[in-house]
Design a protein around this ligand. Structure first.
Ligand code: G3P
Length: 503
């Protein structure tokens, strides 16, 4: 196999780069070792599009965050993913905190962020009535927003695939071959792929990928963050993303509505060794709960429907590392992408595009635009959205055409069989229960898939033409059914499934 460019890692960064480069007449492969895109940092984070006042205004992450922020309205419209610009408040409790808020404001203004404001007194509680009554000040940033990080990433990857990028799931980079200090290709578990340029967007594995090519300059530390997700009853308890005063390595435990109407609290922040360690801990979740209650004291643990953890990919200098490898020609790094990585992804992709265009000539890669690049994704039917907009009639018409859109599978989130089938056949297909959940929200609700899981499993088995025994929760060995117990249909013994896992 051969490609002009291989991108390793299909998180938000790799997928955004893939979509960006898909504008050109190039053969591009997006490699992903997991069975789905958005399986690392991009599936478990706060889902915030930051205004950009937090990172130093002259740092790479500060500049790319501020550059990306205004792009989200159009990008999300094109990709048909929900995005709400609800604004954020960094909350202070005394004059020491006020000093920090003023510094953040000044930093944000130097970065060119408009309309930052210190809010205090009565107005603070008018705009955020459930805030801790002891709060005194807040830095208000109206341009902050919320998004679903995995839906956004999946849509970027779908768009890349729709525009000709070959997305290879379950394909792990095992070695990167070089000759005279230049990339010649990538050895994978599915064979060798010759390529002139390799883009390293491997998240917590970016250091390992660089080493495979003989570049030992990158070292990534996985930094864990734990979260609680609360029931939709809590989604309107706060109006903005609420942050505490930040520490030197974290913006702190925040409280935010999610774009789908839940309430999310977290993350804490501590380094771990294992890049696969997304376990939650009792002490960590206590820290999250207590931290969130400092901002909104009425938050109640009784309404937690899921707890989960994600990993930040932190580089030693705490800034993004984006540029050509100084050791290997043809290797481009997009590494150390921790927060605000989601917020910066569009500008990271543009920066990688510039770097790529600068070196393309050296590798005899011709840069020309495709005539038929499709900016927008087709609309995937979404019942709950139609209900929200009171477009029931449109849905009824759809049901008349295809009765699968009339069978409700997930009652909590109101997802139909037709939507699940559509998700299985998207450009990047959904191959597991969790992959369906991330695309359609079936199983994301109050019962966390307790009622609809078996039906989603049946639909996956039918559509993928595999035995129900082969269907997994999240790829790999995560099979759900153990064996057939009777010689009739639907008689299977079930494995113990992890309940309460959000993503
Ligand atoms: O703790 P931080 O600074 O890595 O930020 C995590 C945020 O919740 C990201 O939106």
């Amino acid at each position: 196999m051969r490609a002009d460019v291989i991108i390793i890692g299909s998180g938000v960064v790799g997928s955004a780069i893939a979509r960006r480069l898909a504008r050109y007449n190039l053969d591009i492969i997006l490699l992903e070792k997991e069975h789905d895109v958005a399986m690392g940092t991009s599936k478990a984070n706060s889902g915030i599009i930051h205004a950009g006042y937090n990172a130093p205004y002259d740092s790479l992450k500060g500049r790319l965050n501020v550059k990306s922020n205004p792009e989200f309205d159009k990008l999300c419209r094109d990709l048909r993913v929900p995005f709400k610009r609800i604004g954020s408040l960094v909350v202070g409790f005394d004059d020491k905190d006020l000093k920090i808020l003023k510094e953040e404001k000044e930093n944000g203004e130097k970065a060119g962020i408009k309309d930052l404001e210190i809010v205090k007194g009565k107005r603070l509680f008018e705009i955020e009535p459930n805030l801790n009554p002891e709060a005194m000040y807040a830095l208000y940033a109206p341009t902050a927003g919320i998004i679903s990080p995995h839906q956004f990433t999946i849509a970027l990857a779908d768009s890349a695939a729709l525009n000709g990028v070959k997305v290879m799931l379950l394909t792990e980079a095992r070695n990167i071959k070089t000759e005279n200090g230049m990339i010649t290709g990538v050895e994978t578990n599915r064979g060798f792929i010759a390529a002139k340029v390799v883009i390293n967007a491997a998240g917590v594995y970016a250091g390992n990928i660089a080493s495979l090519a003989g570049d030992s300059s990158i070292s990534i530390t996985p930094r864990k963050g734990e979260y609680h997700l609360l029931d939709k009853e809590w989604g309107d308890k706060v109006n903005h993303v609420l942050f505490p005063i930040p520490s030197t390595v974290s913006k702190g435990i925040l409280v935010t509505p999610t774009v789908h109407g839940n309430l999310l609290i977290g993350p804490n922040s501590y380094n771990v060794e294992d890049p696969e360690d997304v376990s939650t801990t009792t002490s960590g979740l206590d820290e999250v709960y207590n931290g969130a209650r400092r901002l909104v004291p009425s938050i109640n643990r009784r309404d937690v429907i899921a707890s989960f953890a994600g990993l930040r990919a932190a580089a030693s200098g705490e800034d993004f590392i984006i540029g050509s490898s100084s050791h290997i020609k043809g290797l481009i790094h997009a590494a150390g992408i921790q927060s605000p990585g989601l917020s910066s992804a569009p500008a990271i992709a543009e920066k990688v595009e510039e770097i790529f265009k600068d070196i393309a000539d050296e590798f005899s890669l011709e840069i020309s635009y495709k005539d038929d690049f499709k900016e927008t994704l087709p609309e995937y039917p979404c019942f709950s959205e139609k209900l929200e907009k009171s477009h029931e009639q449109e849905w009824n018409n759809l049901v008349r055409e295809n009765p699968d859109f009339g069978e409700i599978v997930c009652r909590c989130e109101r997802v139909t069989k037709g939507e699940i089938i559509a998700a299985i056949h998207r450009p990047v297909p959904a191959l597991s229960l969790d992959a369906i959940k991330r695309r359609t929200r079936a199983g994301m609700g109050r019962c966390q898939g307790g009622f609809c899981g078996h039906r989603v499993l049946e639909i996956l088995s039918e559509e993928l033409n595999i035995s129900p025994l082969e269907v997994t929760k999240k790829g790999g060995e995560s099979k759900i059914l153990m064996r057939k117990t009777k010689d009739t249909e639907h008689q299977y013994e079930q494995m113990e499934v992890g309940v309460g896992e959000n993503v």
